[in-house]
Design a protein around this ligand. Structure first.
Ligand SMILES: NC(=O)c1ccc[n+]([C@@H]2O[C@H](COP(=O)([O-])OP(=O)(O)OC[C@H]3O[C@@H](n4cnc5c(N)ncnc54)[C@H](O)[C@@H]3O)[C@@H](O)[C@H]2O)c1
Length: 367
């Protein structure tokens, strides 16, 4: 993910209306095999180190993107904030709720530091359009919302184990910590918070080969389905909000989806067919879905013509534009063209912690 960010910096010229421009000046990674890629592609990089404390001591560093395994989030994020550097941290923003609480407390103690959490999918143009529609109350009273992230990167049982399958490194949340914030970003931004949750968690591959081929325990949850009670922000009426995160979703490579159903209309989008926005407007009579082929109609304008396709790397660039825009202008460009806030990340931790309890005890848990 560090290289994804660096690549977004390299094509900042793509954006035409940004006042701020990032310059990649320092890199920290424990893996020296990556250093040549950074130094060969970024003459602006003056510091490459395996010690993040040296990077934090560098006065040329104003802001840090930190993408490390989840067990390191609390320590590194807090040290970055204490060093007075602005931070875009990766999800889940702490390995568990205790770590997230500590990060939140550190943010409270350093109010001048701008901190956000990464989540890029809402920057796809159809999602931006759905955000505008939520803003103008186009769906009427909300009947149901479904949000999910499904991929099959762990479908192959022979895939060697990595840190995401080890509780001490990835956290007990498993797939929820790995994928969950992506699914919460949009509903939470709309004000659709979970009041309670009933969770079903599953584990399909219980052992995986290590580097030597020896089977070792694969500890974390593969898949989670959370059925939550949420409420319409206008009427207060309850509606079901389902959140699915799956690392073993046969048939899906990397599918992020969102669907809203309301009394006056519905809308849905899936990254499986990334330019297709589906909308249903209900004014009485026939219910007809419209299929809209959306092009490069991004929140942060760029050089690409409006008819062309938008992709994953565009969404990373847009997320970075949102981070730098809010950091330098003091407010987001619009409600839905903004990164996850620390409060939204904290809400996701309350949800995932309640989901673990719900599954363990077969109960409905208050979030
Ligand atoms: N936004 C997204 O779409 C997205 C996608 C994948 C991963 N992530 C998140 O990014 C983070 C990293 O995941 P990844 O898939 O890039 O993992 P990764 O294992 O590919 O990369 C982690 C990097 O951290 C480095 N590292 C480990 N300990 C370090 C330390 N003490 N100091 C400096 N560097 C250290 C490793 O050498 C490695 O290069 C996680 O929080 C993950 O949830 C986000």
């Amino acid at each position: 993910m560090g290289r994804e960010f660096a690549s977004a910096c390299a094509r900042w010229c793509h954006l035409t209306e940004m006042n701020a421009r990032p310059e990649l000046v320092a890199v920290c990674d424990k893996n020296p095999e990556l250093y040549g890629w950074y130094s060969g592609n970024f003459p602006s990089v003056k510091q490459i180190t395996d010690d993040y404390k040296l990077l934090l001591a560098n006065p040329d560093v104003d802001a840090v993107y930190c993408a490390v395994p989840h067990n390191l989030h609390e320590q590194l994020y807090c040290d970055i904030i204490k060093a007075g550097k602005h931070l875009l941290g990766e999800k889940p923003f702490g390995i568990d709720k205790k770590a997230n609480d500590a990060i939140s407390e550190c943010i409270r103690q350093h109010p001048k530091v701008f901190v956000r959490c990464s989540s890029e999918f809402p920057f796809f143009p159809p999602m931006q359009r759905l955000g505008e529609m939520i803003g103008t109350d186009a769906f009427g009273e909300i009947v149901e919302v479904n949000s999910g992230f499904l991929h099959s990167s762990d479908l192959n049982p022979d895939k060697p184990i990595n840190w995401k399958r080890i509780i001490n490194l990835n956290g007990e949340y498993g797939c929820m910590g790995d994928l969950g914030i992506h699914t919460c970003h949009f509903p939470f931004r709309a004000g659709w918070f979970p009041k309670n949750v009933r969770a079903i968690l599953s584990k399909h591959v219980k052992h995986r080969p290590d580097k030597t081929g020896k089977p070792v325990p694969c500890e974390t949850w593969d898949n989670a389905t959370l059925l939550c009670e949420s409420a319409d922000t206008r009427t207060g009426n309850s509606f079901p909000l389902t959140i699915k995160t799956q690392r073993i979703a046969p048939g899906e490579t990397d599918t992020w989806y969102f669907e809203v159903k309301g009394m006056r209309g519905c809308g849905r989008w899936s990254s499986k067919n990334p330019r297709l926005l589906e909308i249903l407007e209900y004014k009485g009579g026939v219910q007809a879905w419209q299929q809209i082929d959306m092009g490069w109609e991004a929140a942060f304008k760029g050089i690409t013509g409006g008819i062309f396709e938008f992709g994953f790397t565009d969404s990373i660039l847009q997320m970075w534009a949102a981070f730098l825009y809010e950091m330098t202008e003091g407010k987001p460009k619009s409600k839905f063209s903004a990164c996850v806030t620390p409060d939204e990340a904290a809400m996701s931790h309350r949800l995932f912690t309640a989901a673990l309890k719900s599954w363990k005890k077969s109960t409905v848990e208050t979030v």
